[in-house]
Design a protein around this ligand. Structure first.
Ligand code: AKG
Ligand code: FE2
Length: 364
């Protein structure tokens, strides 16, 4: 005999699920809401307990000049990766115009007529491409004020026909160009750890690449929502370019243990680099994967940022990742156990984007 059950989900969560679906099915994203002329944001975007804590404006993440002599750059990268987990890289050899073109073609895609843009809307990653508003829309507590194209550029090539033509060649070229700087950076990060320069590349950390192109439309109620909720990146390394709007913030802890947010001030032509969870683990907690977030856009212009996440491409059941054996000793025992990429990514996708604890799941 069936028992009477109490349905746990109250009317509000039923309404919320319906509202999410309705929004998703417009295929017009947050840009569509803004185009419709709304002056307040739908409740699915309301972030609970939103404390936009005051930022300490006199602090900023380190800026590193890549054209300095190599031993100096290695030292600077090492200390930034230990103390901040984030830095800006200048004089890296990629012309400002290349970065500007990449950003502006992606902006052009978002500013196409809605009926053209909507045709690309697709949440699944088949063909190595997706375009959706909030990649974690159905998992997160609250939606955020942004739309995103994701392209899996490696190890397999994506189906290029899926990438909108206005930005196709530029995004593919950007992936290639950025990879060369990422290669150099990984070598220097290894050197900073005292392991072989080619160690990360041999572990195929340049091969698994996901490009996330974010469009943050102006928000009519920026104090009610976020652009990207607080998170750490699950990858080994992230390389990001952004326009001049700003909004990215990095969490820091003062000597007294008090936490505060530091604004990443856009620097024309700079690459924003950060350590991901996987590199924190591989470095056996020497380098830090630091929490960050993006404020909802309170400016007049939409903000564009393009992140590339570098991950191991080799993902067999025998390909194990964990602290590099060279870094383990009796004085510095392994902090983490080994795991496969399948287990690592499975754990990531089983959680919400906002929680800190991916590395915690692999602690010994
Ligand atoms: O848009 C940004 O500046 C940061 C985006 C980000 O943190 C991410 O995609 O993981
Ligand atoms: Fe991130």
């Amino acid at each position: 005999m069936p028992m009477a059950t109490t349905i746990e989900t109250g009317p509000s969560s039923v309404d919320r699920a319906a509202a999410l679906k309705e929004f998703d099915e417009t295929k017009a994203g947050v840009k569509g809401l803004v185009d419709s002329g709304i002056t307040s944001i739908p409740s699915i975007f309301h972030h609970p307990n939103l404390h936009i804590t005051s930022t300490t404006s006199h602090l900023s993440i380190p800026t590193i000049d890549f054209s300095l002599p190599r031993p100096i750059v290695v030292d600077l990268i090492r200390s930034a990766s230990i103390n901040w987990g984030f830095f800006q890289l200048i004089n890296h050899g990629i012309p400002l115009s290349t970065i500007q073109t990449t950003i502006s073609t992606f902006r052009s895609f978002n500013e196409l007529p809605t009926n053209v843009r909507c045709k690309h809307y697709k949440r699944g990653m088949e063909g190595g491409f997706s375009y959706s508003s909030n990649v974690d829309l159905y998992k997160s507590v609250a939606a955020s004020w942004r739309d995103t194209i994701q392209i899996m550029t490696g190890p397999a090539r994506p189906d290029l026909n899926l990438i909108p033509e206005v930005c196709r060649m530029e995004l593919v070229a950007w992936d290639e160009r950025a990879k060369e700087v990422a290669r150099e950076l990984m070598g220097m990060m290894c050197e900073g750890l005292g392991v072989g320069v080619g160690r990360m590349e041999e572990m195929t950390c340049l091969e698994g690449r996901l490009m996330a192109c974010h469009y943050y439309p102006p928000c009519p109620e920026p104090d009610q929502t976020m652009g990207t909720a607080v998170h750490t990146d699950p990858c080994a390394l992230t390389l990001l370019v952004e326009d001049q709007v700003g909004g990215l913030q990095v969490k820091q802890e003062g000597e007294d243990g008090e936490e505060f947010w530091v604004d990443v001030k856009p620097v024309p032509g700079a690459l924003v680099i950060n350590v991901g969870d996987l590199l924190q683990i591989m470095s056996n907690d020497t380098y830090k994967s630091v929490e960050h977030r993006v404020r909802a856009n309170s400016e007049q212009d939409a903000r564009v940022s393009i992140a590339i996440f570098y991950n191991p491409g080799k993902r067999g059941e025998l390909d194990l990742y964990g602290p590099l054996p060279e870094l383990i000793s009796s004085e510095k025992p392994a902090v983490y156990r080994n795991f496969t990429m399948r287990e690592f990514m499975g754990t990531f996708f089983g959680k919400e984007l906002r929680s800190k604890s991916l590395v915690e799941c692999f602690k010994l």
